[in-house]
Design a protein around this ligand. Sequence first.
Ligand code: CTP
Ligand code: MN
Ligand code: MN
Length: 501
Amino acid sequence: MLHATMLPPMRKRQRRTEGTEGPRYGVEVKFPDVRLYLVEKKMGATRRGFLAQLARAKGFLVEDVLSERVTHVVSEQNQAQELWQWLRRQALNNLPTLHVLDIGWFTDSMREGRPVTLEARHHIQDILPEASTHLPVVVLSRYACQRRTSTENHNEIFTDAFEVMAESYEFSQCDGQCLAFRRAASVLKSVPWPVERLGAATRLPCLGEHTRAVMEEILQCGRSFEVEKILCNDRYQRLKLFTSVFGVGPKTAEKWHRGGLRTLNDALEDPGVELNSMQKAGFRHHGDISRAVSRAEALALGEILHQAALGISAHAVLVLTGGFRRGKEFGHDVDFLLSTPEQGKEETLLLSLVDSLRRQGILLYCDHHPSTFDINNLPGVSFEAMDHFAKSFLILRLEDRQVEGGVQRPEGQHDGRSWRAVRVDVVAPPMERYAFTLLGWTGSRQFERDLRRFARKEKRMLLDNHGLWDKTKKEFLPAEREEDIFAHLGLEYLEPQLRNA
Ligand code: CTP
Ligand code: MN
Ligand code: MN
């Protein structure tokens, strides 16, 4: 029955032209930017005809013949390698921009009656990155929350340079350019092999003229002269040095630079410089806390905090977040989330924890921020703002004997101390906000930024560390686990290890 109504026009059309096979029977083209091609192999001619018919009835353009006009190739049950070999043989110029998709994307789109947002799981990846004359094909989203970014960075040569550029723009308060370089670095971190030709970058999102120019220099000369110039720049060097002190931001650093200060000692000795208590602690422990914290040290601190928390309440929950949760081996601090199922007790718990650390004699510094959380003020309008939960920024003393292999020391030096200072952040949300805070504090910063941007621009939702607000439904969406938040956003769940954007 189905076949009888469908096959004749198919055959007629195939004979007639190679042209567009758009919707017929009076159905309008709803998605002119999407041109589908269904791979017949494995799918079979009958099913292919049926699916094409279905898509056309829903307003999709379906091409019978594979040409450069096709934007989305859909395949069912074909081996990726075989499929890509076949695609390369077609010598299409648009191969690098072609979306090669699994049938799952097609069926989802049919169900929704529109082309659904492309996700990593939809793509059939080209397995041979160095394959033939064509460039490695990875389809990368503009949003970091739709890219898989492990800790393995194959493009450090570019991302390090971009980081210097971003920092230099940050020092000059050029937020737009700073963000452009941070975005570009984040995209390159998710490319699973070294980019070796600029051509390979043409289809990567978020790479503008300036970022490409820096890449081109590096590809041609092995280094970027623009970046080297910045690295030699006096002002850059001083701002970099001053901001390496805990508590000194770009504004203070700029002021010191303008005042003619050159070294950290200048800042300590200048009678005109009034240090606040955070900066004093920053100077006192500068050597230690500007040195990376290892995973072994982070785990040792986790153990210490966990014991202290359990000593206060048997219900205390302590979770490692930040870079270490993402699988990093080193970090600039250690981040923890502390909570308790006892409603309204989380802030007291945090204060008691800090107190316990003080009594143990390992609290070197504490900057506590009481909770200003008020459910009625949600969601916040600002996306970058700190959350309103109680939190403490600490410096703790970590003993050699508490860490497997001892604490990190500057290479070849032993100053006779048996301990080091480490920066530790602890945030204490109420348990019902746990998932949002965990997601927010796991980072990376770029990942969080793009999650929020994605929610706002693509889903009309507002996300922050407190909650998720649906502007259409005018309601908060509940979440017990991070997975719930990804699901609300229609995003594929990404493990923390893949959020190193
Ligand atoms: N964060 C936050 N509010 C703060 C401080 C941090 O939401 N007041 C979030 C940041 O957005 C980030 C995460 O906590 O996503 C961890 O921050 P940070 O420790 O600065 O960065 P890491 O990714 O852990 O990197 P590193 O290993 O260098 O510490
Ligand atoms: Mn951290
Ligand atoms: Mn931190």
